[in-house]
Design a protein around this ligand. Structure first.
Ligand code: ZN
Length: 483
């Protein structure tokens, strides 16, 4: 007896528990992929598995649906493996230990993998109904690997068995929202050269803490501050009132995370300590005025060290660093004019770090319009080159542009309104979805993305709403049953 065996509809939760019983973190999806292949073969479905483990399973139309256009049902096999402190599960060898907590399915000490195990469970439950009890047109189930580590599976995949030009992606996590487009993106890494010379003075560490940070896709429009840019701004202002030399600078951890803190080490002349303190106070007042509601706990703290000689940047290099930190495009660049309130283009300065002979900036660029992504990339390049440096771009993935006309979206809205009694929200996601990759590979693909309510995904607190999973299953079946 499984933990979820009392839940209905039985096939959905049965397969969800089966999936949880098989370890399937990114790069370790083979066992789950093979499980799905066995499942498909036992039921006589055409099934293609590539070397990475990506799958396509094809179910022909049920009687009466032969003339309805085929549809792709899509999700990803891999999950993020994160666990709570003290948890002893090896997620490469063991799947999540699921349990029921009121309306939620959770995992003990680890991520649950409802993202995106629920999509796989829906697909298998659908394919399991060979008695025609779930009417549908030709369904092409596409399950990918390594979505969570840069959409690698979908990017490498060959879709030759797919005939459908309509696709339902089940990798969204707010019930009542139909995702109708997503940003494309890339990472930038700027190298700005600096020169050092021996300098002496009182060593001062300036530490910026308490910022809220957040995900550069989901939280870029929340008006929060960026520790790298903010510390750069303080150093720019300080130059006008307190002479100093810059020894070190470091802020942020990852391109796609808004930096929550950072520090700089500077040298000042003995006797300038009070002037520095005053500048810090003045700066904190400005921060309170600017970020008091969006990012209220920003603190800039000073630790005084000993006087001595240190290798610090020469004046020209310091100017290049301050220019880069203050003039690099950062934050929201444009809002969508199709869907008001949604970010269209953004860039996040995720990491800024001074090493021996260069300043390294690592950024994440996103846009739902590919030309806008190019424009931001060009701006970064232009400034880096002006400062005598260069930029490397990596990890490019395409946008899924919002289609002003979409028959599938209209159908999904109509069926949603019938089932729920109100209209769904249409949103663009300011992060990558596999719909972008598939749209690039299948000409004229009409896509929509939705899914049941899931919370705190990618964390050990991840949980999936049971009642929502039931409603979305009914919704999916209603869409498939439409003629
Ligand atoms: Zn996902």
């Amino acid at each position: 007896m499984g933990v979820l065996s009392g839940l209905k509809p039985e096939p959905v939760f049965h397969y969800f528990e089966e999936i949880c019983g098989i370890p399937h973190t990114s790069h370790h999806e083979k066992a789950l992929s093979d499980y799905c292949v066995r499942f498909a073969k036992e039921r006589g479905y055409e099934c293609t598995q590539d070397e990475m483990g990506n799958l396509i399973i094809i179910a022909e139309a049920t009687p009466g649906y032969e003339e309805v256009p085929a549809v792709i049902i899509q999700g990803h096999l891999d999950m993020v493996g994160d666990k709570a402190e003290g948890c002893d599960i090896d997620m490469e060898k063991e799947g999540p230990r699921v349990y029921i907590d009121g309306d939620f399915i959770r995992a003990d000490g680890t991520t649950l993998g409802g993202d995106n195990g629920i999509a796989v469970a829906y697909a298998l439950a659908l394919l399991d109904a060979k008695d025609g009890s779930i009417p549908h047109p030709r369904v092409e189930v596409v399950l990918t690997v390594c979505e969570e580590v840069g959409l690698l599976g979908a990017s490498a995949m060959d879709f030759y068995p797919c005939r459908a030009r309509r696709m339902i992606n089940i990798d969204s996590e707010v019930e009542g929202v139909l995702t109708a487009g997503c940003a494309g993106g890339r990472r930038a890494r700027c190298h700005i050269p600096v020169r050092r010379k021996p300098c002496s003075g009182v060593r001062c560490k300036l530490e910026l803490t308490g910022l809220l940070g957040g995900h550069s896709g989901m939280e870029i429009d929340k008006g929060r501050s960026n520790a790298a840019a903010l510390l750069g701004r303080f150093l720019m202002l300080l130059k006008e009132s307190v002479p100093y030399s810059l020894v070190s600078f470091s802020a942020g951890v990852k391109e796609n995370v808004i930096p929550k803190g950072g520090f700089a080490v500077i040298l000042i002349a003995p006797g300038e300590e009070d002037a520095l303190r005053k500048e810090i106070e003045r700066f904190m007042d400005c921060m309170e005025a600017e970020y008091g509601s969006a990012d209220p706990d920003i603190r800039l703290e000073l630790t005084l060290g000993k006087a001595g000689a240190f290798p610090a940047l020469d004046d020209d290099s310091r100017l290049r660093v301050l220019t880069a930190l203050n003039l690099m495009p950062n934050g929201v660049q444009a809002m969508s004019m199709d869907l008001p309130g949604l970010v269209e283009t953004s860039i996040n300065l995720g990491v800024a770090e001074l090493v021996d002979d260069e300043l390294i900036l690592r950024q994440s660029i996103r846009s739902s319009v590919s030309s806008a992504k190019e424009m931001v990339s060009k701006k970064v390049t232009l400034l880096a080159e002006q400062l005598g440096g260069r930029v490397d771009f990596q990890g490019d993935y395409p946008a899924w542009p919002f289609a002003r006309n979409s028959r599938l979206r209209d159908l999904c809205v109509e069926i949603f309104a019938k089932q729920y009694g109100y209209e769904p929200k249409i949103e663009l996601m300011h992060a990558g979805l596999e719909c972008g990759i598939l749209s690039g590979k299948l000409d004229g693909l009409d896509c929509i993305s939705f899914g049941p309510n899931q919370f705190d995904i990618h964390t050990p607190n991840e949980h999936l709403s049971i009642s929502s999973a039931v409603r979305v299953w009914e919704y999916l079946k209603a869409i498939l049953a439409a003629k």
